[in-house]
Ligand binder design. Structure first.
Ligand code: BDR
Ligand code: CA
Length: 310
């Protein structure tokens, strides 16, 4: 099994990513750390607990991390995810308690405790917690196996500004810390996730699982896709965050290449842009494996199969 920590701001697509991990016996989830993002921290940590309970997995510890980005004020996305961050299904208030330890403390402690090179960080939101952990204990950089992250975009552009993707935009300073830390990074940008669309038949496949998880997933995705279908005029919304977990399970669903990626933090116009040297036109050091393509049917088949186990 692979040891992972999920850092997340649920978010319906974060929720589906967590469910995919919970339904996959190859993954040993050491903890889930919430970060402020789609909605404020008090909601993201609660939503993470709701999802663990939905899956009947109250053995996974949930921590609360940073309540705001490193430098800028928090920007949230209720217009996409709804007031709760998880609009769609009616999920009960969670009984699963939040861990008392701060999420950043947990990250540092877990990475210093576990054997070096064995723990993968999966980041599904702004990278504030990881940046804070790296600043607090720089030795963790040499101990993290890899960071698999959803964020950024290059040929596809941005989704919150013409050049910036939401997770990078809300804390570009944190992303800059992470991308320059020397940790191997696998990046799932909009170029991938905009090809993973929640079309009506794909949502129907979750509903047909006929389980609480399947029904809640269909309801989450129906809510979530509304905004994006209007925005992009596509047949469904992009299912961003589960691509991170899917790569750990079936990397052959994805293709990309190793490139240099730098984060723009200076420009007013392009703040939060991921500057990807896809064509290798600089001699800057390659610091990330950037994905560009996905087998979307294979991805949704994996999701249905794994969520079906919960
Ligand atoms: C990212 O932003 C969030 O709204 C989603 O959960 C995803 O992580 C997509 O830009
Ligand atoms: Ca997210």
């Amino acid at each position: 099994t692979q040891k992972i920590i999920i850092d997340t701001d649920p978010g319906q697509d974060d929720a589906v990513a967590i469910l995919l991990a919970l339904g996959s016996p190859e993954l040993d989830i050491l903890g889930i750390v919430a970060v402020a993002g789609n909605v404020p921290l008090a909601l993201t940590e609660k939503n993470a607990r709701k999802i663990c309970e939905l899956a009947g997995r109250t053995d996974v510890p949930v921590y609360a991390g940073a309540s705001r980005p490193l430098v800028r004020p928090l920007i949230t996305a209720e217009h996409v995810h709804g007031e709760s961050g998880l609009n769609g299904p009616a999920l009960p208030e969670p009984a699963l308690p939040l861990q008392a330890q701060h999420g950043v403390e947990f990250l540092v402690e877990a990475l210093m405790r576990e054997e070096a090179g064995t723990v993968t960080l999966c980041t599904l939101g702004a990278m504030t917690n990881v940046a804070l952990a790296l600043n607090r204990e720089p030795r963790i950089a040499g101990r993290i196996k890899q960071i698999v992250m959803m964020g950024g975009g290059f040929f596809e552009g941005g989704n919150i500004t013409p050049t910036a993707e939401f997770n990078i935009y809300i804390d570009a300073h944190a992303a800059e810390v992470v991308f320059s830390a020397g940790v191997p990074i696998v990046m799932m940008p909009l170029d991938v996730t905009h090809k993973a669309l929640t079309t009506p038949p794909r949502i129907q496949a979750f509903r047909e699982l006929n389980t609480p998880v399947g029904t809640a997933t269909a309801e989450m995705l129906e809510f979530f896709e509304r905004y994006d279908v209007d925005k992009y005029g596509s047949l469904g919304g992009p299912l961003h965050d589960p691509t991170v977990i899917a790569w750990l399970l079936k990397p052959e669903l994805f293709s990309g290449r190793e490139c240099n990626v730098e984060i723009e933090t200076g420009s007013a116009l392009t703040y939060g842009m991921t500057v990807v040297d896809w064509w290798g036109v600089t001699d800057r050091k390659k610091n990330a494996t950037v994905m560009r393509d996905i087998d979307a049917d294979g991805f949704f088949a994996l999701l249905v199969e794994r969520l079906g186990r919960l």
